[in-house]
Design a protein around this ligand. Structure first.
Ligand code: FE2
Length: 370
């Protein structure tokens, strides 16, 4: 029997303080830098970046959390006019996702919505992309995915193509030290969701599964500590490494139903992505325990609990970060119809067991107060 084991095309540099070596990691040239909202910290990073890599720099600031199609199109327009040699994304997952989509649109024209809806083919970014994450979580710095929010469709839609792998990721866990506790917790649950969903994905392999389990263990060992005291190096390193492992796993397998169910929730309630994904994890674990107990045996072992207690352990962990593990009814407008739409089908079909429409309805309902 032969199957693809692992395919990661991003060259990854990892280490505390690796940002200090940036001059040797990104070539000199015309650089288009994509960043989030302006802040003193972002300015300090930008100053260091421009002094160490040299060359000409144009900066696009202000990518919002859950980046919008309008922002991507605006950035793509600026990028196309600037004619850079390379793109550098500095920030969280939203910045990485936006930078990939901007480069894609700048290269091929049109609007990002055409690519998200599949009416225009993905023809690559046309430029090298260097990523410098300041949060762990999405792993977008090493994945071939970009998720963009569309007001037109009232949800998030994703781009997935091998051409979207960044060229090189410079992962310096010391850049995550100032991440506030609530965002630390949300990004931790994003990692956990990637790891769980990759593990039970149809495309998982023995290698991606090992990476998933390692990510689960690292989140269990480090998330509480990083939430309580974000300045502790070992916790931040553990979470950044967990993000790399989960990213390597789900780059190859994709995510599944929990991510699909989270998109309308984040769109309507503003609940951060990681928590929105985590709300359906307990229900998904209960379902998987019935259909494929071995999966839950392995995941619960990595999470440090028994199979039967895994759903409640996840719920109590969510609660320990001040988030209610169940949503109020009516908080997502027409949610059930939205999660039964055609865009959810690929996520549903990517599960290692088959899911009926009734199963999806049940999972969606499990996110709400009974
Ligand atoms: Fe995610």
């Amino acid at each position: 029997m032969m199957f693809p084991i692992m395919d990661i095309r991003t060259r990854i540099v990892f280490g505390w303080g690796s940002f200090q070596e940036i001059g040797g990691l990104i070539p000199i040239g015309r650089s288009f830098v994509v960043m989030g909202s302006p802040s003193p910290r972002q300015e300090a990073l930008l100053e260091r970046l421009s002094s160490d890599i040299g060359g000409d720099i144009e900066v696009f600031k202000g990518v919002e959390p859950n980046p919008l199609t309008d922002t991507v199109d605006r950035g793509a327009d600026e990028m196309a006019r600037y004619h850079p040699d390379q793109v550098i994304a500095v920030g969280g997952g939203s910045v990485m996702d936006a930078a990939k989509a901007m480069a894609l649109v700048a290269h091929s024209g049109g609007s990002v919505l055409d690519h998200l809806r599949g009416t225009r083919p993905i023809e690559g970014m046309g430029l090298p992309l260097y990523t410098i994450p300041t949060t762990p979580g999405t792993s977008s710095e090493i994945t071939p995915f970009s998720v963009i929010t569309t007001r037109e469709d009232r949800t998030k839609l994703g781009l997935r193509d091998p051409s979207l792998y960044p060229t090189r990721a410079i992962i310096d866990p010391s850049l995550t030290v100032s991440l506030p506790p609530d965002q630390t917790a949300a990004t931790g649950f994003d990692i956990l969701s990637h790891a769980f969903e990759s593990y039970w994905a149809r495309r998982s392999t023995p290698v991606t599964k090992r990476f998933s389990l390692e990510a689960v263990s690292l989140v269990r060992e480090n998330l509480k500590g990083a939430f309580m005291d974000g300045s502790v190096r070992i916790y931040r390193e553990g979470l950044s490494l967990a993000s790399v492992f989960a990213g390597m796993a789900f780059s190859n397998t994709g995510t599944t139903i929990c991510h699909a169910l989270s998109y309308p929730v984040t769109y309507d309630t503003g609940l951060p992505h990681g928590f929105a994904c985590a709300l359906s994890l307990p229900g998904a674990c209960e379902l998987m325990a019935e259909r494929d107990p071995e999966v839950i045996r392995s995941l619960s072992h990595a999470f440090g609990c028994s199979m039967g207690s895994l759903p409640d352990e996840i719920r109590s962990m969510i609660r320990s970060f001040g988030i209610d593990p169940r949503l109020r009814h009516g908080s997502v407008d027409g949610g059930m119809e939205r999660v039964m739409g055609p865009e959810v089908a690929p996520f549903r079909d990517n599960l290692c067991v088959s899911l009926s429409e009734e199963d999806v309805r049940g999972l969606y309902s499990s996110m709400f107060i009974e």
